[in-house]
Design a protein around this ligand. Structure first.
Ligand code: B12
Ligand code: SF4
Ligand code: SF4
Length: 371
């Protein structure tokens, strides 16, 4: 039995969520997300989690909010739609790269401010409230599904009617025993469109993602990109939207989001200072805040572009102080080919000391033979 005070507070939160423009709002209990924990542990053991840290650093804590907040009674879950605001990168243009729509700007900001506002309502009613947005201490999708804000898609995305997968998720942890929502009675039915749409085969039919094959994972993971992922990279600079683009429930919204956004000049990126890169892309997850990873991604996309006008900028990256950037630059030059690329690779062969970069230079020279 929920007291009138709590029912009233719930109604005020719901109205506040609507006023703040949230796409979804729901409340759920805080019992551990046992199935998610089991699945995370399975993926850690099988290797499918890759080197992902985030929630995988401590699956026990991420699936049991009471380990962080012993007083927690409920999760108030909110979602925000980021289309049409995130726009559309449009068709590929030579020497440009694509930013996945969730990252064309800090699209978490409106979600964060809406949840901070709702947390204020909870606190003024005498309750505790902490806002968690894309936080490693909570598995956001499991919370959204339990709170009736979304259903689980086979792409592993949390989907909602009208928005499809184009949603970002966050929660408020509270000690207010608010009335809880019923989960959404919905699933993907017979659709499996996202599975063949994935360029690297990272998804299977069971709703499992193998992070070690996912371009989105590699775009934010240290080191050189494995050859099979590199060869499917296309014009991506950060993130990947292919399994979202393929998803029928989100396609109407995507089709109406045509304002150009999220296309960047990759040669400019290679020529931009560390400070300016971190300033412009500060809202990305960049390992150790090291801009070399942005240049690594740019160089791979330039290799796919195959445009000889990019060669001088990529040649400069053969002198990068990060071996993984030199390795990818050699690979890109091998793909673009041409006399200037070959001359730079031959020169690099004489001074390169990193074994992986050296092997890539040799391969690139071999592959660009005759170009
Ligand atoms: C680590 C992480 C990643 C990793 C790994 C993702 C993964 N699948 O684990 C990488 C870097 C690959 C990644 C990529 C992306 N991410 Co991410 N990521 C996270 C993070 C930090 C943790 C996710 C986690 O713990 N997963 C644990 C696994 C086990 O849970 P799960 O993926 O939900 O898996 C469940 C399903 O598989 C389901 N399930 C099991 N069996 C079956 C069977 C069927 C039939 C079905 C339908 C389901 C199902 O049960 C599993 C366990 O409960 C969250 C933020 C957070 N704090 O939660 C964001 C988050 C999941 N990411 C987000 C986004 C936007 C993305 C990208 C779209 C970004 C992009 N455009 O590049 C891609 C999407 C790739 C994809 N298809 O998932 C959003 C997703 C929002 C949404 N609507 O779902 C989140 C929630 C961030 C946020 N706060 O909004 N991400
Ligand atoms: S984000 Fe891209 S690479 Fe990752 S599962 Fe989706 S389509 Fe595949
Ligand atoms: S593409 Fe189809 S199967 Fe995949 S998540 Fe969307 S609705 Fe589900």
């Amino acid at each position: 039995m929920v007291s009138t005070g709590l029912a009233d507070l719930h109604a005020r939160l719901q109205a506040g969520a609507q006023q703040a423009g949230l796409a979804g709002f729901g409340v759920c209990r805080v019992e551990p997300f046992a199935d998610t924990r089991t699945e995370m542990e399975r993926r850690l053991t099988s290797g499918e989690a890759g080197r992902a840290r985030f929630t995988y650093r401590d699956p026990h804590a991420a699936t049991d909010i009471r380990q962080t907040y012993q007083w927690a009674e409920r999760l108030v879950v909110g979602s925000v739609g980021y289309l049409p605001a995130a726009g559309d990168p449009g068709p590929p243009v030579s020497n440009t790269g694509r930013i996945a729509r969730f990252a064309t700007a800090d699209h978490y900001a409106p979600l964060r401010s809406a949840l901070v506002h709702l947390a204020g309502l909870l606190r003024s009613a005498g309750h505790r409230a902490e806002v968690l947005v894309d936080d490693n201490r909570l598995v956001d999708r499991a919370a959204a599904v339990r709170a009736g804000v979304a259903w689980w898609g086979k792409s592993t995305m949390a989907l909602a009617p009208r928005f499809g997968p184009w949603l970002l998720l966050g929660s408020i942890v509270t000690d207010a025993p608010l009335p809880v929502a019923d989960p959404m009675v919905r699933d993907c039915g017979t659709c499996t469109a996202c599975i063949p749409a994935c360029p690297t085969g990272a998804l299977d039919t069971e709703g499992v993602l193998d992070a070690t094959k996912c371009i989105s994972y590699w775009a934010q993971t240290p080191g050189p990109i494995p050859p099979e992922v590199r060869s499917a990279w296309g014009d991506r600079f950060y993130g990947c939207d292919d399994c979202l683009d393929a998803c029928p429930p989100g396609q109407r919204l995507a089709a109406g989001s045509s304002t150009p956004a999220g296309r960047v000049d990759l040669v400019d990126i290679l020529e931009t200072s560390d400070e300016a890169l971190l300033e412009e892309f500060g809202h990305f997850y960049i390992p150790r805040r090291d801009p070399h990873y942005l240049r690594r991604n740019a160089v791979i996309a330039l290799g796919h572009s195959g445009d000889s006008r990019a060669v001088p900028a990529v040649v400069d990256q053969l002198h990068s102080d990060a071996a993984f950037v030199r390795t990818q630059a050699a690979w890109a030059l091998g793909r673009i080919g041409g006399p200037m690329a070959r001359a730079a690779l031959s020169d690099a062969l004489r001074h390169e000391s990193d074994p992986e970069a050296l092997a890539e230079i040799e391969r690139a020279l071999y592959e660009s033979e005759g170009s």
